[in-house]
Structure formats: C-alpha cells, structure tokens
Design a protein around this ligand. Structure first.
Ligand code: FAD
Length: 603
C-alpha cells in the first residue's frame, strides 16, 4: 500500500516564512485571534486524520468502487468510506471554514485548502463528498434566501447532509447554454423540476441522511442560452422544520438511475440523476442561476487544482522512497553501494529528473495554491477595500491557472513517478497506476483545461485589457526591484524578469492577432496557460529561494538542511522546468493557420 506523511514542514514554511499568512489574516476582525500555533495545530490534526483514517481507504475504494442497486436506486460506497465520514463529521471537520452562526468553526479558507491537499493525497474519491458539500454550502451562503440558509446551512456545515452540483446533461457539457431541464412554478412558491443530469459526483450514496442537489434548470419563459438558466435547491428528502432541528421528510422525485463506469476515482459515485417532477426551490434571481452557480464552480476549480497538488505529493513520496530502495545498475560516477550487487536507482540522473520534476511542481504549486487561498480569505475579510479588490482580482485571474496548470502538472508528475517504478509502477498493488488514473479526471471536469486556458487568455486577460495581469506583474516587478541587486539572487531574478517581459510582449501580440481573428486566441490559449503558469511559479520559486538564502546566511553551517534542499530544488525548477516556456512561446506564435487549414472532412 502507498505511504503518505503530510508535508508539514513545507506547509508551515510556505504559510509562515513565505506568505506570512497569519499576519495578513489577522488584519481582518474575523481572524484577529488567529496565531501560528493554532494554525499549526489544526494542520497537524488534519494530517493525522488523513494519514490514519483516509489513507487506508484509498486502495480499497479504488478496487471495490461504488455499487448501484437498481431495485432501491441506492448506492453503496466502498468499505470504510462511511466510517471515515462519520469520524470526519464527529470531529467537526466539515465546518472548518464555515460561518460560526451556522455551526462552523469560522477558520480561514486557507486552512481548508491545506486540508484538501492532504485529503486528495490520501483519498481523492472520498474527499469529493465533503468537498462538494462545502461548494454547495458556499453557494447557498452567498445566494440563498435567509429561510433557505437557516434550513440548509447548519446541516451542510455539520456534514449531516451533503451537497452536489448538477449542471451536466447528455447534450450539454461545456456549453451550458444547451441545458434543457425544466422548472415549472407551483402555487406554493416551489417548482416542479424535470430533466436528466449526468456525471453528477457524489449524486447518491450511503454516507449521509440527505443529499442537497443544486440544480440548473430553465423556467418556462426563460430566454435561450446561458441567460435563461436558473438555480434550484432540490433535496433528496424534502426537509421538515428548520435549522439544526430540521428532519428529513418525504422522498423527493429525483433518483439515481445508474453509475458511470470510469477510469479512476472509483470510490466516488458518478451518477445519472433523473429529476421526475422533483420539488425544488429557486435560489437567487430567476435566469441568474449561472452567476450564482459560479460561486460553487470557482470553489470547485480551486479544489480540483489542489487535487493535482495532492496527487503530485503522494506520488512523489512513494517514488522517492522506492528509488532509495530499488537496486538496479551502477552509478555512472562509480559504485555507491559496494556492499550490494547494484546501486539504488536514486543514483541515476534521469530517475532524479523525474523525482525532482514532481518535487518542484509540488512545492511550487503549494506556495501558489496557498497564496490564492489566502487571497480568497482577504477578498472577503480584509478591512482595506483596496486589498479586498486586489485579492478579488487575483482570485479571478488565478482560478483558471490553479485549475489547469496544477492539474496538467499533477498528471505529468503522477506519470513520471509511476515511471520511477519501472514495470512495478504498472502493477496495481503498488498503487502508482491509481494515482495516474485518478489524476486524469482533474484535467477534464470542472471545465476542461482547454476551457480554462480560453478563460485565462480571453476573459481574464484580453477582455480586461490585461489589467489583472498587470496587477500581478506589479508584484513581480516589486520583487525584482527589491532583490535584483543581490548577486546571490541573480540566478532566480534574471529568468523571472525575462519570463515577465516575454509574457508582456506575447500578450500584446496575441491581443492584436485575436482582435483581427478570434481563432488566433483559441489556437494560442493552451500554450499561453503554460507560459503564464510558469511566470507565476517562477515568482513563487524566487520568493522561496530568497527565504532559503536568507536562512542559510543567518544560520551558517548549522542551518536546517531543509533550506539547502529548497534552494537546490529552486535551481532545478529554474534550469529544467521553466525553459519549457521557450517551446510554448514559439508554438503560441505559430498562429491558427497550422490548426485550421486542414478541412474538417480530411480528419
Ligand atoms: C468523473 C466525472 C465527474 C463529473 N462531475 C460532475 C458534477 O459533479 N457535476 C456536473 O455538472 N458535471 C460533472 N462532470 C461533467 C464535466 O464537468 C464535463 O464532462 C466537462 O465539463 C466537459 O463536458 P463534456 O464531457 O460534455 O465535453 P464537451 O463539452 O463535449 O467537450 C469535448 C471536447 O471539446 C472541447 N471543447 C468543447 N467546447 C469547446 C470550445 N468552445 N472551445 C474549445 N474546445 C472546446 C473540450 O475541451 C473537450 O476536449 C463530471 C464528469 C466526469 C467525467
């Protein structure tokens, strides 16, 4: 069975030494009492839950999967899933970042993201049940009526009820304008909803007493396309009463008609959901459902990006341990283990390349994702309006990068770590092929990575005339100005400044091309995602290198090796991963013609 130890040291390094997160958060009245000890304690307890409770359920969940009983239309989750969720609920983990007025603990979302990372390392499929519940909670918190909030939020925050997001239909995936589910108003203010949803994660299961579906559907007089979509809350059991005392009542008219057989995340129930005159209630304004649902979708996009991080970390830990242990061949620079018939494969340069790739993407991704999570807290809670606006802009710009760049890296790293195992990585019992299979979905759901790339280049950069990108660029420039004269920072600052300039030039060039022909943006978007993703990682790697250099200087020979290793990994990132951008700049510049020229019938 795969091993996992939460990377507490690195998590705390990012939080306290790189981001100074507690000081930032303490500016907000809601987090005024927060301190580093509390934060560390929460993370350590969360780590214990993931290591002791979740990890043992991961391979079982993959092998057993969920089972559907057509007679009762019920779904049984794999062995240990329900028990793990009971423990999670009893410990109050579901409400970690939830509002105290609804029974949550009121802690920062940043801590939730850190917990997610560890959950996704130890059981991604399981973690999607509580993860979607948080998404439904956040969406209702921002858009539901007071009555709806009082009814649903205490149950969601406690984990007694779980949530789903129901967007996709057979004919409607990326293009939500094609959505067909219908909602007909009833005299009592409710709606009767009819339609078919597919691919609904956590859509039916045996882990909680009720499931609260957030469903997109059309009102009878709704305009066509995305402007005619409304959001409804549709519970599996219609609740009776309110608040923490609410009970489950009559079975509603929606059911799971089957489960998808799929490549990975077998422990998560991916359901076909039939709405057969189900009773639902409108959330927010009519025809503004997509806007409301974006709260859930954006939260889910951050969560999915962190799935990429979690899988990178666990795959890395296992591959690193294997490479120390497995002996094959001899080191090119002379025998390293004379007492054994071969050296451990960690001596081989290319094995190290694979391991360092995963390590550098994990540590860079961690710094980036935690910073974005900090922005999520600051955009809501910081007392300074300008800081709230900056944080909101960064969230908006970075959300597609978290989702796409981190999950592309996650899949790449899971595959590299599988490769470290040679043939043993292809064998089920070592668990590496599960990481590869699980990582693959993260590039697809929550808007494919192509769609995220189009969102980044089209909506977040070009439609905004580059304003948000320039705000981030200002952070980069300030950092360069501050440390650009330090010779020990040269090897990091020079390539960071270089990629910053290149992004500026490329963005202007693509903007002009796209103005004349929008297909130019479509043709360059995926390359552009990798280039801007690297700009962001280069910034965080340079910041981490600076902290490490300062510590090495201050502590001299007695320095904790952690900081030397951080610096070495930073060098690997700048010398071996960042140069990928040269390739992507070239392909992005090559234009749309080489993609669009071949007639469709010739494919
Ligand atoms: C395991 C799993 C769990 C899921 N969970 C949920 C869930 O909980 N709730 C939910 O509502 N949905 C869920 N989904 C659905 C998921 O979000 C969609 O599959 C995804 O958004 C893509 O839609 P699609 O599959 O219809 O692909 P399509 O939209 O048919 O896309 C096919 C291909 O065309 C590309 N493409 C489409 N449009 C464009 C465009 N305009 N420009 C460029 N390229 C384009 C896509 O990138 C993709 O490569 C889940 C799916 C899976 C497999």
């Amino acid at each position: 069975m795969p091993i996992y130890k939460a990377p507490l040291k690195d998590q705390q390094f990012v939080l306290h030494e790189v981001l100074g997160a507690v000081d930032e958060l303490k500016q907000a009245p809601r987090y005024a009492d927060l301190d580093e000890d509390t934060v560390n304690h929460v993370i350590e307890e969360a780590a214990r839950f993931c290591e002791d409770v979740l990890l043992p359920t991961n391979m079982v969940g993959d092998e057993e999967g969920c089972t559907y009983d057509p007679a009762t239309r019920s779904v049984k989750t794999p062995k240990g899933f329900k028990e793990a969720f009971d423990k999670f609920r009893e410990a109050g983990w579901q409400g970690l970042a939830g509002e105290t007025e609804y029974g949550g603990q009121g802690l920062p979302h940043l801590l939730q993201i850190i917990f997610y990372e560890m959950q996704y390392s130890t059981n991604q499929a399981w973690s999607m049940y509580p993860g979607l519940t948080i998404g439904a909670y956040e969406c209702l918190l921002r858009h539901a009526s007071e009555e709806q909030k009082n009814l649903y939020l205490p149950k969601l925050v406690s984990g007694q009820w779980t949530g789903t997001m129901c967007l996709t239909e057979p004919q409607c995936g990326t293009d939500l304008g094609m959505l067909r589910s219908r909602a007909v108003p009833q005299p009592d203010g409710s709606y009767k909803i009819t339609g078919e949803k597919i691919f609904i994660s956590s859509g039916e299961h045996d882990m909680a007493e009720n499931i609260i579906h957030l469903v997109l559907a059309r009102l009878p007089d709704a305009p066509a396309g995305t402007k005619g979509i409304s959001l409804f809350v549709v519970p599996k059991f219609v609740p009776v009463g309110s608040g923490a005392d609410a009970k489950v009542g009559a079975r509603n008219g929606l059911y799971c008609a089957g489960l998808e057989e799929k490549m990975g995340i077998h422990g998560n129930a991916t359901c076909q959901i039939v709405l057969d005159n189900a009773t639902g209630w409108l959330v927010g304004e009519p025809n503004k459902g997509l806007n409301a649902m974006f709260v859930m979708m954006n939260g889910a996009r951050l969560g999915v990006g962190v799935q990429g991080l979690g899988l990178t970390e666990v795959a890395y830990q296992n591959a690193a341990a294997y490479a120390q242990d497995r002996i094959q061949g001899r080191s090119l620079s002379g025998v390293k283990s004379p007492g054994t018939s071969a050296d451990p494969i960690i001596v081989h340069p290319d094995v190290r390349r694979m391991l360092l790739t995963a390590r550098a993407y994990a540590e860079g991704g961690r710094a980036f994702a935690y910073w974005v999570a900090l922005m999520a807290d600051l955009q809501l809670q910081d007392p300074d309006e300008e800081k709230r606006k900056f944080a909101a802009d960064m969230m908006s710009l970075m959300t597609p990068i978290v989702k796409a760049f981190m999950t592309d890296n996650g899949y790449k790293c899971a595959t590299e770590c599988q490769q470290v195992y040679g043939g043993h990585g292809y064998i089920r019992q070592n668990g590496m092929e599960q990481f590869v299979r699980d990582a693959r979905i993260n590039m697809i759901y929550e808007g494919t990575n192509t769609i995220q790339s189009l969102d980044l280049l089209g909506r977040k950069v070009l439609m905004d005339n580059g304003a948000k990108l320039r705000s981030f660029g200002k952070l980069v420039t300030e950092f360069i100005e501050q440390y650009g004269t330090r010779t020990d920072m040269n090897e990091f600052i020079t390539p960071l400044a270089d990629i910053g300039d290149k992004v500026t030039k490329l963005t202007m060039e693509l903007g002009m091309k796209a103005f004349a022909n929008q297909e130019e943006a479509g043709a360059a978007a995926v390359d552009y995602m990798r280039i801007v993703g690297h700009l962001v990682y280069a910034y965080f790697w340079a910041k981490m290198a600076k902290v490490a250099l300062d510590r090495i200087k201050a502590d001299g020979d007695g320095v904790d090796p952690f900081y030397r290793h951080k610096l070495t990994t930073a060098r690997f990132y700048f010398q071996r991963l960042l140069p990928e951008t040269a390739f992507h700049i070239r392909t992005a510049r090559s234009g749309a013609k080489n993609l669009m020229e071949l007639p469709a019938e010739a494919f």
